[in-house]
Design a binder for this molecule. Sequence first.
Ligand code: IMP
Ligand code: MG
Length: 197
Amino acid sequence: MVGGMAPTSPATEPLITATQIAARVDELASEINQEYEGVDELVLIGVLKGSFIFLADLARRITVPHRIEFIAVSSYGATERTDHPGDVRLIMDIRHPVNGAHVLLVEDIVDTGYTIAYLQRLISARGPASLRTCALVRKLERAEIEAPVDYLGFDIPDVWVVGYGLDWAERFRTLPDICVVDPNKSATESDDEVGIS
Ligand code: IMP
Ligand code: MG
C-alpha cells in the first residue's frame, strides 16, 4: 500500500447526477449529429483539463466523422480572477491546423465567459469553415462578457462545482456526478489557485 491515511471524504453535494449527465450528453450528441450531417470531418477541440471526461463521452456518441484535438489555457482562482478579469493564457496549442475545417470547441464550464471568448477569438482568427461551442455547464449569473454557447448541457447557479472532469484545486475530477463543493468545509484551500482549466 502506498501512503498511510485514507483520503478525507469529499465535502460535496450532488447537483446533477451521472444519469442526468448521460441523458443530456445523448441529446447534445443527437443535435450535433443532425446539424453536421453530411460534413466530411468535424474537429472537436477539448479544452484541458476540465473537458476530458465530457469530450470522451460526447465524442463516442458523435457519428459525424471527426478528429480530436486538445488545447490548454490557464485560468485563475476566484480571488485572483477578479483582479485580472479576462487574463487567459494559452499554454498548449492544438497539433494540426484548422483552417477550412468545421470546428466544435468542447468546454466543461462557462463561468465569466472570458476563457471561451478567448478561445473563440483565437480559433476564428485561423479561418475555420465554421466554429461553434459546446459547454456542459454554464453559470449564467456570472457572465461578464458575451460568449455564445451553441450546445449547452445545463445552466447552474453561482456555486463551485466538481466532478465529471471539473476540479476544485485539482481534486474531485473523477466523481461521477457533478457536485457542489461546500464552501464552509472547503474554504481554506479554495481560493488563490492558479491552475489549468
Ligand atoms: P471563465 O470564467 O468562463 O473564463 O471560466 C474559466 C475556467 O474556470 C473554466 O473553464 C473552468 O476551468 C474554471 N471554472 C469556473 N467555474 C468552475 C467550477 O465551478 N468548477 C470547476 N472549474 C470552474
Ligand atoms: Mg475549463
